[in-house]
Write a protein that binds this ligand. Sequence first.
Ligand code: M6R
Length: 616
Amino acid sequence: MCGIVGYIGGKKAAPILLDGLAKLEYRGYDSAGIAVRNGEEKPVIIKAEGKLKVLSEKTADGDSVEGFCGIGHTRWATHGEPSKINAHPHHTDDDNVVGVHNGIIENYKELQEKLLRHDYKFYSETDTEVVIKLIDYYYKKYEMGPIDALAKTMVRVRGSYALVVMFADYPDEIYVARKDSPMILGLGEGENYIASDVPAILKYTRKVQYIGNLEMGRVSADGITFFDLNGDEVEKPVAEIDWDTEAAEKGGYEHFMMKEIHEQPRVVEDTIRSFIIGEEGSYQVNLTESGFTEEEIKKCTGIHIVACGSAYHVGMTSQYVFEDFAKIPVRVELASEFRYRKPLLDKDALVIIISQSGETADSLAALREAKDRGVKTLAIVNVVGSSIAREADHVCYTLAGPEIAVATTKAYSTQLIVNYLVALKFAEVRGYLDATQINDYIVDMLKIPNKIQKVIDDKERLQWFAAKYANAKDVFFIGRGIDYATCLEGSLKMKEISYVHSEAYAAGELKHGTISLIEDGVLVIGVATQKALYEKMISNMVEVQSRGAYLMGLTTYGSYDLEDTVNFTVYVPKTDEHFATSVAIIPLQLLGYYLAVARGLDVDKPRNLAKSVTVE
Ligand code: M6R
C-alpha cells in the first residue's frame, strides 16, 4: 500500500518523481504529493487529493517545479480519510524534516502525546506526520545528525515503515529507513533512485540494492551508504533486475489487466520451463535452484499452504493436486488467520507461502511464525528480492514479470503452475508417480499455454455476455472439487473490479442456506470440468434453474453436452483434470474484466484496493 519514490542527481527531479509514481499508482491512488529541493532553498511541497493525474496537472507533469532532489508518494489511506491535508509528504513547521512513509505506526497516538508536550502541532490525522516530527525531535535534541535521529526514532516506533526523508541541513542527501515495508534503491551514473517497487525505476536503471529490515541509508547523487541501528555501515551487494521495460507499460492495451491476461500463455510456459529438465519422453521436475531437497520432501509430514486473496485460491486448487498426486495431507489457510490462531505445526511439516508481491503483511507474518516454530518454509513468489523471498528457507520464483493491474491474472496463473510442479516432485520422491507418469503430466502441462491462448482468442462471446449482464446485482459461482477452487477466484475477479456482488459456493452446499437467495433472473455460473462430479454438478445447476436462475455453464470441449441444461455455455479446451483451473479461470477473468468495462469502471485501479497489502 502506498507508493514511494525518491530521486537525487543531475536531472530535474519532479518529472522523474511523477513518472515513478505513475508506475506505482497500483499501490494506492487516493491522493499524491511531491517535495522537491533546489539546493539550499526550502523544499517545494505540492499535494493533491485524487488520482495522480490531478497532481500532474497541477505541476505541468513536474515541469513547473525546479530542483534536482525530491521525494514523492501516492497514498492508500490507513489513518485519516483521503484528503490533501492527509496526503504525503508531511513536514515540520520549519521544514527541517520532510518525509513520506509507507506502512503503519502502531503507537503513533502515544508518540503524538509526547510530541504535543514538546509543543509540536499536528494538522493531519496521519501516523506519518507523527513519525516525521519524532525524527525532528530527536534530530534537534541530540544534534547527532540524520542517521542518529532515524535510529532513535526506529527504536521508539512500533509497526511497519518504509521512510524517505529530507533534512534541511543536508540539501544533497536523502535518508531512508525500513522495517517490514518494501523499498529498493536504484543505482545510476551520478544519480540514484528510491522506490517501493521495481517498475518505478526500471526505465532508469536495472542495478538495485535492497535495504534490510531495521536498516537505514544515506542516498546522494554519488552513492548510497547503508547503516544498521547502531549507526555502523553495512555492505550491500548490487543486484541486477532482468524484467524488461515494456513489461511495465500497457503496450497498446487499454488496461494493464487485459495486457496481463494476454501475457498468460507466455509467462505460464516460461514458468513451466524454468522448473523442468530433459526432453519429451524424459521430462523431470527440477527444484534445484530453490534449494529444496529430496530429503526434506521425504521426511515432510504435511503441508500448510498459507496466503491471501487470489494466492489463497491458488492454494485451494493446489490442495486437491498435492493430495491426489503425492498423498500428503494439505491444509490451506488464510495468512491473516494462520498468524493468530496458534497453529499446531509438526516439526517436519512444510509451510508454503504463496505471494505475488512477496510483501503482503499477513503472509510475511505467517512465514515468520512458521520459522519461529522451527518449521521449514517454501515461498512461491513473483518479485525477486522481496521480503518473503528473502526470509523463506527456499524460494520458487514465478516468471510472471511485473504485474500492475490490481486484479491478479498472470501471477495467479504462474503460481498454479509452480504448485503443480512441486506437487509432482513430491509425488515422484515419495514414490506415488513414476518417471513416465511425471513426464506425461509435464507434457500435458506444456500444452496449457496454447489452450489458454484459444480461450483468449474466443473472448468476444464473453464480451457480449458481459454487456448483457452489466446490470447484474448478484452472481453466484458454483462448482465441486477443483472447480469450486476455480469459482472462488472467478468470483473474486468479478467483484473486485466490477463491484457486482458475487459469491462462490461449493455446489453441494447451496441447499444448506444459500439457495434461498436464488430468484428470477439471478445469474449462476456453474463450472464443470471434473468427470467424476459432472452428474452431481448438473443436478445442482438444475436445482437453481428451476428456482429462476439464469445459468451460464463452463465446461470442456467434447466432454459434456451442457447445452440442454444451461442458458449460455462456455467451452474451454480439455486438459488433465488436475490442471483444469489453469484453463477454466481464463473465461472468468475475461468476464470480470468485460463486466467492469461495460460498467465504465477503472479496471486497473478498483476503489478502496491496492495491489500490495503491506498493512494488516
Ligand atoms: O501479493 P500477494 O500475492 O501476496 O497478494 C495477495 C492478495 O492481496 C492478492 O492476490 C489480491 O487478492 C488480488 N488483488 C486479487 O486479484
